[in-house]
Design a protein. Sequence first.
Length: 539
Amino acid sequence: MGIPSTPASNGIIYTTYAVFLVLGVAVGLRHVKSKSDFLASLRSQSAVPLALNFAASALGSGILFTYPEVGANVGVQGVLVYALASALPIMTFPILASRIRRACPHGFVLTEFVRERFGVVAALFLSTFSCLTIFLYMCSELTSVSLVVSSLTGLDGLPVTIVEVVVTIIYSAVGGLRTSLITDNVQGTMIAILLVICSIAIGTNVQIDQSVIAESGLTQSSKLGWQLVFILPVAIVFNNYFLSGFWQRAFSSKTDKDLYIGCMGATAFIFVILTLIGFTGIIASWAGVLDPEDPFAGSSSFFSLVALLPAWVVGFCIVFAISMSCAAYDTLQVALVATVSNDVFRNKLNIWWVRLILVLNVPAVVVATKGFNILILFLIADLVSACLLPPLLLGLVPRLYFLNGFDVVVGGLGGFFTVFLAGLVYYGGDASRAGSLLILSDGLFADDWSTFIAFAAAPIGSMLWTAAAFGLRFVFYTVQSRRTGAPFRVFERREIDSARYADEAVRAGVLLPEEDRTVRDRDEDSHVEARAEDDKRSE
């Protein structure tokens, strides 16, 4: 076993960041020629790169803490449920994205469809909470990389966090989504290599007493394990829809076929990776390297095992963790920029002003220094998504054409209120504890049903409040129509004007590849004509 020396650790860390900086800037300078390239890269990715893009978006350095923690606390059942719940929702993007792309072919975030279907207020409502969710993920990613560096090297993680933010801001400002897609490919390759090396190293260096396996109970099902069968799919599937990075990748696919194949590959890749990483928590428990007195020891399972490995393996794990964190963090940065640019400024800002939006992620550094539990940060983001997304997704159901923005906004807010009400009932009227349920202060492993109740109340409540809001509208307009003779408009269908939206997108500079080529050819022809005119004048 060995930990690299301080000079070696610093060399590994900052060389890795330097490589990402050079790669990101080079890709940006070479490939980003327009605002469309920077924000959307519509219809640019084939199946294999797309699979790596989706996988990278789902695999930040936080997985080195959260999945082993579930493994150490819940066992095999928890790991498999968590891995499946993380991987399988990726397969819903081809279904949803293909329908949305037909309605909004120039769109690259979910909020664009929401704007066209439910109106501006609903879109800004979604956008606000989407930015909040992205911010929580940014905080968790920076917290994760700081803890990784501290665990593997003993160095202070704050300077590393600051360097990561600066490096990713620089190359994301140059390359935008195009650079993020390339770093995804690097991350996917690094994960595959780490998988092989760490599996071999752990298998040959970690000793397990066979008698401990049965005694641990980690191979058996449990109450919490069965709770997770419901909690995790609800939490993750809605949260994936909330993250603009996934939608950017879905809409960057060249064809629907590429999207299906890419998502299938990403699903398989994610499941294998997360299962193996989750099992490090189980192995660490069996190997006796966890402190039984520390309730959070499970989150450090991966690093407890890595500490038993040779120094060169630890060094490689540092490179892997930094690479994974950079790729995940630039995805979040670009997603934040795309969301703000599209939803607030309608993509009308000059590309240089768009790049300045990146400074919004700086507060995440401050939050990351607080050392919040990473799994709880994820769960808070998941609960927000579970409250807000169900009503919005009803917009994809043709038969529910009569729902409008008022209904879905009331439904989303009602989801939060329902969680609070459920907490009041569960905690016997204790408003303080009911309020704490909204931030899941007891975490995932509380020895009760509180987390289960929160994730059950959120989507069910939001749907019921949506129905109630529609009912209120129905009654109001019925009374108004009878009293004033005004038209009864509750069941009027809101049509998505794809032609108008496409025209707005083109004017804003968000182009499909064929449109981009046409514009560039036209600009080139204009340039040639102007040069010929200048030559004639000079003669």
